[in-house]
Design a protein around this ligand. Sequence first.
Ligand code: MG
Length: 460
Amino acid sequence: MGTKTRVQKQIFGTNGVRGIVGEAMTPDLVMRIGMALGTMRKGTIAVGRDTRTSGEALASAVSAGLMATGCEVVDCGVLPTPALQYLVREHFDGGAMITASHNPPEYNGVKVIEPDGTEMGDEETLKLEEILFSENFAHAPWDHVGSKRSEPDLKEEYIDAIVSHFPPGIGAGLTVVADPGSGPAAATTPQILARLGCTVHTINAQMDGRFPGRLPEPSPEGLAPLSEMVKETGAAFGVAHDGDADRAVFIDDKGRYVEENQEFALIEDFVCQKKGGLVVTPVSSSLLCEEIATRNNCSVEYTPVGSIYVAREMRSLIQRGKEVIFGGEGNGGLIYPEHQFCRDGGMTAAMMVDLLHARDHSLSALVDSLPKYLIIKEKIRTQEAEAVINALIQKYADENPDCRDGIRINRPGAWALVRPSGTEPMMRVVVESEDKEGCNSLFSEIMAVVRASAGDLSEE
Ligand code: MG
């Protein structure tokens, strides 16, 4: 039994292509991505962007490439990635989102959206790269070059769609604070929360690609001002997004950052209590996910690490007649199959309102009621990732390890995951357990095998 190796893409990662503007990320590259996409997909393609300073230049470049290959372009302007995904599914033949998600301001990139609103998967991305590198572009003749129109208000449909999932007025009496981090959700999340009836305060709600208030990654340090504002206003919660608002993270009513696996668990619990079925998440997710599912007579399906694998598995299970009720990653990227098959930060903010409306407890009390687990995370630099994984597979063959992405070893009340990075000569080790002793001993055990098989390595 060997470990499954990921398809090797050259420039695209799991969520599109990213790089530093003016270095790896240039209008030239993005125009070629536009030409490659236009060669593969005909029809009308929606283009959107986050608030980065390079966004307009790169959105123009991708649009030029698309039009040159005969596509019509609808420029949706600045909007969250899930808003563009929703609009593509409703109206268009594909999409290109100019964003570098949570990366710092100097980065930008492209996420390619399929007609069903999902991010492009591995197979199609390989085809796109093939056209890109072979320059096998299908340029349109002069009388078939596409044109472009602007539809900056289409994002209102996305807001309407989210609001329509909830009974009117569920936010009445609830004060909340939204922190879009100077990103595109400044035009969607406060509106969604207000439409649900909440009293909404905002911070970092002026769109600004220099991100003056905080970096696009919503870290506990960056959200300290949000936390202060939650306490000052007596808000029920604060919600913050990453740079393209497919993720949402929370500050509870006591001003504490809610760890993302706990956030997942609370919303999972809420969804599972309404309806039984399957929860889909990557092998890197906390035991909490399994614990909450089991309590509610639901079960968990695991996937490789990456939101597109979760989204695609959810869709494929549903196509096979399974009841899939919820999915996502333990990083605030949550997926609601009744809404759409992608992570959606605005929808997650709305779900938290619905959850608190339905519960008699504050968010802090709900967080405190969750079972506690201990976790150890380690990064190891090594060129010998494959040898390490194979050694672990051999050592733990009797324990029926999960080998869909690296190796996950499951024990009662504990688990460990060792997986190679897709982009660097590095491996990640994660161990989680109900108690400190179990956590330390499983970690030492795994590290002994890693050290014995990796040769030279350094722990970061
Ligand atoms: Mg993102």
